[in-house]
Design a protein around this ligand. Structure first.
Ligand code: ATP
Ligand code: MG
Length: 369
C-alpha cells in the first residue's frame, strides 16, 4: 500500500429524496477503503437543493459553495422533489445544481456506461451485443450551442418569428476538453473516439483539427473520429467498439443518455464533472439518477451509483486509483454474491434495502477481493 499520509477534504452534499440515504452508504465505503489504503478523509456535510431551501431560503447557500470550492472533491446525492415542484416564492432546488457546476467551473462531464456481467439482462440490447460493454462518454459541459451567442427570439427578413442559437467553440475550450479526454482514455484502454459533425459544421471542423493537434501530446492513445449520426447508430449496433468518446455539449447530452440506456440500470450509473484543476479537484461526483421521491425514506434506493461515483472521485478527482479499484471490485463481488436492490432485482437473487446493500459492500471492501 502507498504511504499513510494522504489526507483529503471532501464536501458531502446529500441533498434531497434518496440523496441522504445513498450518500451515507458512500461515505462509509470511502472511510473504510481509505483506512485500508492509508487515506484520511475529512468530510464536511453541507445542505444543497430543497434541503437548503427549507433551511436558508436558497438552493445553494454561499457557505455550501465556498466549502465545495475549498475542498479536494465534492460528492453529491440528488436534488429536487415534489415538495418544491410548484415553488413560486423561491428558486427551484435544481437551480442549486446549476449554480454549483458554475461555481466549480466544471467543464468536463464523464459518464461511464458499463454493462456488468451480473446485470447483462437489464440491458435494452440483445445479450450478445450488450455483453462486455465498457465505455466512457466525455462531454464538454460549459460551451457550444447551450451557451453560444447570439441567441434568443427575433424576426427574419420576411417578418417571421425565429428562434436562434449559436454553436461556438474556441481553441482553448476544445484543447482543455480534449486533454481531459486523452487523460481519461489513458486511465482506461487507451482508445479515444472524437465525435463531431465536421462534414457540415465549422465549429466541428475546428474541433477535429484541435483534437488532432492535442493527440500529438498523447502518442500512446489511439484516436479515431466519427460523425455524430454514425456514432448514435454504432452505439446501439456495436457499443463494444468504444472505449472513451469525447464530444461537444449537445452531442454529449444525447449520446450519454443513449449510452446509459444500453446498461438499463439507472441505479448503477455514476458520473464525474471535472473543472479547471481537473486532476487535483474539486471535481463534482454524483449518480446520474435523480432524487427518486417515490422511494425516498423507505430504504429501497440502490446506493451503488453513488458508491461508484465515490470510486470515480478517488480515481479522477484525487488520483487514488488503488482505492477506487478496491471499491469497484467490492461492488462486483457484492453483485456476484447475489445481493440486489429492487431496481436491479431478478429471480433467484437476494432482495436487500439500501442499508443492507451498503453493509455488504463494506464487507467486500474489507475482504480485499
Ligand atoms: P431528475 O431528478 O434527473 O429529473 P427523474 O425525476 O427523471 O430525475 P429519478 O429521480 O432518477 O428520475 O427517478 C426515476 C425512476 O428511477 C424512479 O421511479 C425512481 O424510483 C427510480 N430510481 C432512480 N434512482 C434510483 C436508485 N438509486 N435506486 C432505485 N431506484 C431508483
Ligand atoms: Mg426528479
Amino acid at each position: 500500500a502507498a504511504s499513510p499520509t494522504r489526507s483529503y477534504a471532501i464536501t458531502l452534499l446529500p441533498g434531497d429524496g434518496i440523496g441522504p440515504e445513498v450518500i451515507s452508504v458512500a461515505k462509509n465505503v470511502l472511510l473504510l477503503a481509505g483506512a485500508i489504503e492509508g487515506i484520511e478523509f475529512n468530510f464536511h456535510e453541507m445542505p444543497v437543493g430543497g434541503a437548503a431551501l427549507d433551511l436558508t431560503g436558497v438552493p445553494l447557500p454561499g457557505e455550501t459553495l465556498s466549502a465545495a470550492q475549498q475542498s479536494d472533491a465534492v460528492l453529491l446525492g440528488a436534488i429536487g422533489g415534489y415538495k418544491w415542484d410548484n415553488n413560486e416564492k423561491h428558486l427551484k432546488p435544481e437551480t442549486g445544481l446549476l449554480q454549483l457546476r458554475e461555481g466549480l467551473k466544471v467543464f468536463a462531464n464523464l459518464r461511464p456506461a458499463t454493462v456488468l456481467p451480473q446485470l447483462v439482462d437489464a440491458s435494452t440490447l440483445k445479450k450478445e451485443v450488450a455483453e462486455g460493454v465498457d465505455l466512457m462518454v466525455v462531454r464538454e459541459l460549459t460551451g457550444g450551442i447551450y451557451f453560444g451567442k447570439p441567441r434568443g427570439f427575433s424576426t427574419n427578413q420576411n417578418g417571421e418569428e425565429i428562434g436562434l442559437n449559436t454553436e461556438v467553440y474556441s481553441i482553448s475550450e476544445i484543447d482543455r476538453i480534449a486533454r481531459v479526454a486523452f487523460e481519461t482514455a489513458r486511465k482506461r484502454r487507451g482508445k479515444l473516439c472524437s465525435v463531431d459533425k465536421a462534414n457540415v459544421l465549422e465549429a466541428s471542423m475546428l474541433w477535429r483539427k484541435r483534437v488532432m493537434a492535442i493527440a500529438l501530446e498523447y502518442p500512446d492513445v489511439e484516436l479515431t473520429h466519427m460523425y455524430v449520426d454514425n456514432a448514435a447508430m454504432q452505439l446501439v449496433r456495436n457499443p463494444k467498439q468504444f472505449d472513451t468518446i469525447v464530444t461537444n455539449n449537445i452531442f454529449g447530452d444525447i449520446l450519454s443518455d443513449e449510452a446509459s440506456m444500453i446498461t438499463g440500470s439507472i441505479g448503477m450509473l455514476p458520473s464525474a464533472s471535472l473543472g479547471e484543476k481537473a486532476w487535483t479537484g474539486p471535481g463534482l461526483f454524483e449518480p446520474i439518477h435523480g432524487s427518486a421521491p417515490d422511494i425516498a425514506g423507505q430504504d429501497k434506493a440502490n446506493p451503488l451509483a453513488t458508491v461508484l461515483s465515490a470510486a470515480m472521485l478517488l480515481k479522477y478527482g484525487l488520483g487514488e486509483a488503488d482505492a477506487a479499484e478496491r471499491i469497484e471490485a467490492a461492488v462486483l463481488h457484492t453483485l456476484d454474491r447475489g445481493f440486489r436492490t429492487g431496481d436491479i432485482y431478478s429471480d433467484g437473487n437476494k432482495l436487500v434495502g439500501c442499508k443492507e446493500m451498503g453493509e455488504e459492500v463494506l464487507k467486500a471492501v474489507d475482504l480485499n477481493v
